[in-house]
Write a protein that binds this ligand. Sequence first.
Ligand code: ATP
Ligand code: ZN
Length: 294
Amino acid sequence: MTERLRIAIQKSGRLSDGSMELLKNCGLKVSRGKDRLYGRVQEMPIDVMLLRDDDIPEFVADQACDIGIVGENVFEEDRLGGAREDAAEEVMRLGFARCRLMIAGPKEWDYDGPAHLNGMRIATSYPGLTQAWLEREGAAAKPVMMKGSVEVAPRLKVADAVCDIVSTGATLDANGLKPVATVFSSQALLIRNKEPFPTEKQTIFDALIKRINGVITSRDAKYVMMNAPRTAVEAITEYLPGADAPTVLDLVGAPDKVAIHAVCRESVFWDQLEELKKLGASAILVLPIEKMMA
Ligand code: ATP
Ligand code: ZN
């Protein structure tokens, strides 16, 4: 039997769409089994396990899965919880599911820094991350563990403040709270078991990582084309964001002008296009890049 690499992703929630899309962009189609807890990839020897996000670090640590995609917040909290000899390790950040863990308190608060929290109880599902931040900032407050509905704690008088994941702030607002400080910034993270993989599995892992790197680097990358005076080539090359060695082509019937084609590894914004125009560029085109492999 050939080895298959097992990857754990969130079954349904704020990480699942991004995780599925990443696999899809790597050219992998996941066909889900009847029970929907298990998926199989045709294109590569990879199996997908669909789990609650909180279980993913443990499954990867226990070798039930080889790799997994989980929020940095959950991974760090699990590590700070310290039940295990950290048997899963980070491979890379994946650039989606960005969110912040924030301290929030009553709207009427006059927050002027962490010392404001002295003596308070802070309701949170992330006591480890909260405690670590309080210690780092020298605030003498105490995290109070709550599994869900953290934002109602101040109204119920079980806590004075909360430390919770914030995206728009609407939930906090509806509960009379406002965010005052960022405790942790998170995004999706690829993790793996610490033990070396057997050769066959390592080969699958390497191939997958290569594809993921390709997806991540091409995500913001753009193919930029423009015409420009021959004399401006150097200035334009220097200006283009993240481009190395652009292609310069002659234009028929216009000896003073050239076409410049370049891959820009960072986003290209309107003000940068205006800047290029000032340098003499015309007929500027910015095209998306679907795939890229170094
Ligand atoms: P599960 O049922 O799997 O336990 P959950 O309810 O614990 O799911 P979700 O709300 O789906 O978790 O969030 C999963 C992860 O997505 C969080 O741990 C965090 O890393 C990230 N996340 C949370 N809120 C947001 C948000 N508003 N925007 C982007 N990412 C977020
Ligand atoms: Zn969860």
